[in-house]
Design a protein around this ligand. Structure first.
Ligand code: UDP
Length: 338
């Protein structure tokens, strides 16, 4: 097997490395592993040990930090209340704007938490992250975020939540360390001319690029990452990520030591600035983009010797564990083909 990547390193956007201060950082923004699938967790466990880590996020609203996703503590602190679990459920029932049909991300949020919480926590974050109104995005985008009547302040509720003990890059090195696997970095697939010498190709780049943009470019959302090391600050913020829905040009700040458990006298953080141009990081889930993708997908489905897998090739807002699941399914199909 021949693995190529156009970047000078393996591990894709999950690439992590030690910065100049010696702190393990994620060059392409925070990657936090979580899955409900024992099968996927077991598969990755062949290539790494784990550091248990449950991600926590606070969101800044009017200069105060609140638990996010919205839970009972968020309500109590924001509105100066003392709701118990049943009260919190009744609160959401009172403020929600009931929707018969959930057509988009605005419907999702208004239907569950109502307009005030929508405007404080979701509206401006979504505008900043996507450059679109929540009403222009598929329901699945906002539906990634739960609403809780309990005080669980974890970002994810999956059974398996952990970070690769020695980082993602090391995990992928172990995965690729096999006598039948040859790795070549700094090679763009588009420049590979003798593709016929491969019996099968797995393509993980943008599907529109594969087909020379013949139906026009698929929109992807990009980010600019601003990394910073603070040598004299042991901890910059109380949790792994702080979201800034209404302030600043960045959406959030992540402090890596929270994620990795590393000890260091200083700390390293990253700010994420969403932008339209640049490396594609997110497909943009909306109907018109799905329609365009379907045209490319029809071409892809007719290919016998090429498999398209991943966020960019399948134009799907996959989490890491979902990518692993898609890759395992693709591998099975390839191995079982006649
Ligand atoms: N979101 C929001 N406010 C937040 C966090 C998320 O409105 O404080 C919305 C926003 O539209 C975002 C989506 O929920 O794109 C999914 O958030 P998630 O944290 O899952 O995004 P990712 O980590 O994949 O960038």
């Amino acid at each position: 097997m021949h693995v190529i990547d156009k970047r000078p390193h393996i591990a894709g956007n999950a690439f992590d490395e030690y910065d100049e201060s010696g702190i393990l950082i994620h060059r392409y923004g925070p990657h936090i592993f979580h899955t409900a699938s024992e099968r996927i967790f077991r598969f990755l466990s062949r290539f790494t040990d784990w550091h248990p880590y449950e991600h926590r996020v606070r969101s800044v609203v009017e200069n105060e930090l609140y638990p996010f996703p919205i839970n009972r503590d968020t309500l109590n602190r924001l509105y100066g209340l003392r709701l118990d679990e049943a009260d919190a459920a009744a609160f959401f029932e009172r403020v929600r704007e009931h929707r018969d049909a959930i057509r988009n991300s605005e419907d999702v949020v208004l239907n569950s938490v109502g307009r005030d919480l929508y405007e404080k926590f979701f509206l401006n974050y979504t505008r900043k992250q996507w450059g679109l109104e929540p009403s222009q995005l598929k329901a699945g985008v906002a539906a990634r975020i739960p609403t809780r009547t309990n005080t669980d302040d974890r970002y994810f509720s999956d059974t398996y939540q952990a970070m690769p003990l020695h980082g993602y890059t090391r995990m992928f090195e172990n995965m690729l360390d096999h006598p039948n696997i040859r790795v070549e970095t700094g090679v763009d697939f588009i420049d590979v001319s003798d593709r016929d010498r491969y019996s099968h190709i797995v393509y993980t780049g943008p599907i529109d690029a594969y087909y020379g943009y013949r139906f026009g470019p698929l929109p992807y959302r990009s980010l600019r990452f601003e990394h910073e090391h603070l040598p004299k600050v042991e901890w910059f913020q109380p949790v792994g990520t702080v979201n800034y829905p209404n302030d600043h040009a960045y959406t959030r700040i992540t402090e890596f030591k929270h994620l990795t458990g590393q000890q260091h006298a200083g700390t390293s953080i990253v700010r994420e600035y969403p932008q339209a141009e640049g490396e594609p990081y997110y497909p943009i889930p909306r109907d018109e983009n799905e329609v365009l993708f379907k045209r490319y997908e029809a071409l892809a489905l007719a290919e016998h010797r090429v498999t398209f897998v991943g966020r960019l090739a399948q134009y799907r807002y996959y989490n890491m564990d979902q990518v692993v699941g898609a890759a395992l399914a693709a591998a099975k199909r390839i191995l079982e083909r006649p």
